[in-house]
Design a protein around this ligand. Sequence first.
Ligand SMILES: Cc1cc2nc3c(=O)[nH]c(=O)nc-3n(C[C@H](O)[C@H](O)[C@H](O)COP(=O)(O)O)c2cc1C
Length: 295
Amino acid sequence: MDLQILLAVAAGAAGASAFFIGSSRAHLTRWFPHSRQPKKPKGLVEVKKVKNPHPDWQPGQKLPHPFDSNHRLELDPAQEGAGLYPFVISSVVPRPIAFISSLSKEGVGNLSPYSYFGVMSHDPPYVTIGTCATSGRPNRMKDSQQNILETGEFTLNMMSEWFLEAANHTCGNYDRGVNEVELAGLTPVPSVRVKPPRIDEAAVQLECKLRHTYDVKNTKEEVTATIIIGEVVLIHVLEAVTGKTGHGHIYVEFDKYAPVSRLGGNTYARITETYDLPRPGKEWQERDALVAPAK
Ligand SMILES: Cc1cc2nc3c(=O)[nH]c(=O)nc-3n(C[C@H](O)[C@H](O)[C@H](O)COP(=O)(O)O)c2cc1C
């Protein structure tokens, strides 16, 4: 290529890039519609809608089982004792995680994750948490439990991926009196109806009052866990993660929420795919009756 052609090509390329660089955002978004979308905030997870596992399934149809269902082990809790721990935490999955903030009667803060946790109702919401005795020391309760029993109050902060490492750090076996909120670098914010603070990093914060406890005893009559039942008396939710139903009720959009769940061992899980299945209507009852008439 002689020098003149080379210079012309170089000048053309430079002109084209100058044109692109100088283009207004309006030009860019017309050609590349994706650049019009607002940037996703950091710490969020891409959630894809996918097909359900068996889109062609019809009621009554047997689905293929991937394993031989005749070979099962029987585990007797009375025999297994504390050895059931790996089985329980790996089989009842995924579990949501309650990040519990409590205060001792002297006012010292405490923060710890609990995945023996569930919500049992919504009008009003009641939550349950299972606090296990400190490992190898039955009858020795965890600090969160002692605080909740002493004060009757706690806040339950839901876990999102953007602060997971800090939250995980709070579960160390620290001495009573150590404030895990400060240790992990999390941010306490005052609650309205209870004394223990909420955790600012959490998108959903539930102010709770203790309503009931139930001690779980092993075969030796030792208290190995306590089930704490609390009533949610006030809810705080980040507006940015909410949507509204057709009836105007608030719900949480989980692609903005990045919820984290607990599996067995030290494993956490994130939701990256979801699928919808409508609840079957009454018409399927008639259809079922046609497929397998009731005797
Ligand atoms: C994700 C996760 C879930 C946990 N779930 C529970 C649980 O459900 N019950 C429990 O007793 N301990 C659970 N732990 C352990 C406690 O968080 C840990 O023992 C903590 O030190 C208790 O602190 P506390 O004595 O200050 O309350 C969990 C730990 C992690 C990391």
